[in-house]
Design a binder for this molecule. Structure first.
Ligand code: UGA
Length: 433
């Protein structure tokens, strides 16, 4: 065992496994516990149950420092610091479901010496509720800011590390700070409630930026402006910044939709009406549906039309289908009577059973065969390398709606496509009749 502080991780999902792999890479002994036996067995065999670039390799390179278990006792025996990384899905009321968090707290009831480090995204006030329930528990809020698809890079190079500990648990906060210090990044030491709010407010703000630029894109379409140019010009103002100003067919994933709603509900539960977040959510819902109108503009009724979707995952480099825009879009297209065929390099399996009667193709070109239009839903890198001339020749009509403004319009024109993005004027070189 190394001299470095051992680390316990509870919940071997996206955040938990990245946390485990990265602390092991930094030289710590890590014990990770998950209640699902099959997941632990798969991890023992070196298999991942989801797609995250580089993670399987990082886990295998650090195998000797990593233990996977279903038994919380194994974690408690080895590590003082317990990183809680269980999921907190939304409930019917829109609040976060904290049952998995509570069950970890129950595991610590008869224990006086551990530090609970909360990485799961929880409503502000959760730390205080837990400490009221278990007054002796040392509690630190250390929210995670990694993104799926670039999780390891984000974890290893944090822009900031937030450590929220109240005065009586300052030493516990110091232990967590020490663990993260080798990674660099600005250290934000604060109280628990503020740390919890930093996480929710950050996700809500990023989602607000996306809905804002999506509304700007919709206005650009009306006035003949190009949202890409507008975002560039805006982003050069350091007060605005260029990030998260990519217009498209809406945000998805396991975090933004859930966290925006959870913050809205959290405010509502205190009697405060968070008006702005209502708009962020509504704009996002409508944005996923706008593609249908664009297709109808070119094709008229969609009844019997064959529409190909390129990409299904909520963003590239992940197989995560949670709240993916493709779910709403494919259901709307089927609702209009279209025949939908889709291709995704890794999310096809995860999408099974979620997309109604959508046909899955084995390749991007296979999906386009005989299609009346293609919608680029997820900006997988391989789609920019597609032979678009070949694609146009296989389609019934060479019409492309670029839901992520990802492809080069000139290349598409040269291939014979009518190209329409989001927040740009339509340009065409081939008649669509
Ligand atoms: C998000 C946050 O970015 C992370 O900081 C946070 O840790 C994470 O949630 C979480 O709370 O766990 P993630 O959901 O993995 O990360 O993905 P993002 O890269 O943020 O993208 C979210 C969605 O916004 C995607 O559907 C993406 O296509 C969309 N998006 C993003 C846009 O439409 N436009 C943009 O400019 C950026």
């Amino acid at each position: 065992m190394s001299d470095l502080q051992p680390v316990g991780v509870v919940g071997a999902g996206w955040v938990g496994l990245v946390t485990a792999a990265c602390f092991a890479e930094l030289g710590h002994t890590v014990v990770a516990r998950d209640i699902v036996q099959e997941k632990v067995d798969a991890l023992d065999r070196g298999e991942l149950t989801f797609h995250e670039p580089g993670l399987a390799d990082l886990l295998s390179q650090n195998r000797e420092r990593l233990t996977f278990t279903t038994d919380i006792a194994d974690v408690l025996e080895t590590a003082k610091l317990l990183f809680v990384c269980v999921d907190t899905p939304p409930t019917y009321s829109g609040d976060a479901d904290l049952s998995r968090v509570r069950s970890v707290v129950d595991d610590l009831r008869s224990d006086g010496d551990h530090v609970l480090v909360m990485k799961s995204t929880v409503p502000a006030g959760t730390g205080e509720t837990i400490r009221r329930d278990l007054p002796g528990l040392a509690y630190v809020s250390c929210p995670e800011f990694l993104k799926e698809g670039t999780a390891i890079k984000d974890f290893m190079n944090p822009e900031r590390v937030v450590v929220g500990a109240d005065a009586e648990h300052g030493e516990a906060g110091d232990l967590v700070e020490e663990l993260y210090r080798p990674l660099g990044g600005e250290m934000v030491r604060t109280d628990v409630a503020s740390a919890e709010m930093i996480k929710l407010a950050s996700n809500a703000f990023l989602a607000t930026k996306i809905s804002f630029i999506n509304e700007i894109a919709n206005v650009c379409e009306e006035v003949g402006a190009d949202v890409g140019e507008v975002a560039l010009g805006m982003g050069l103002d350091s007060r605005i910044g260029p990030a998260f100003l990519k217009a498209g067919i809406g945000f998805g994933g396991s975090c933004f939709p859930k966290d925006v709603n959870a913050l809205k509900m959290l405010a509502g539960n205190t009697g405060y009406h968070f008006q702005l977040l209502n708009a962020v959510i509504e704009v996002n819902e409508l944005q996923k549906r706008r593609v249908v109108g664009k297709l109808q503009k070119h094709l008229g009724s969609l009844v019997g039309k064959r529409i190909a979707l390129l990409g299904l995952a909520f963003k590239p480099d992940t197989d995560d289908m949670r709240e993916a825009s493709s779910l709403v879009l494919s259901a709307r297209l089927q609702g209009e009577g279209a025949e939908v065929v889709a291709f995704d390099p890794v999310a096809a399996k995860g999408a099974e059973g979620l997309l109604g009667s959508v046909t899955m193709a084995d390749s991007a070109l296979g999906a386009l065969d005989g299609a009346d239009a293609v919608v680029l839903v997820t900006e997988w890198a391989e789609f920019s390398d597609l032979d678009w001339t070949e694609a146009a020749s296989q389609m019934a009509r060479p019409l492309l709606i670029d839901g992520r403004n990802f492809l080069d319009p000139e290349t598409l024109h040269a291939a014979g496509f009518t190209y329409e993005g989001i927040g740009k004027s339509v340009s065409s070189s081939a008649p669509v009749a």
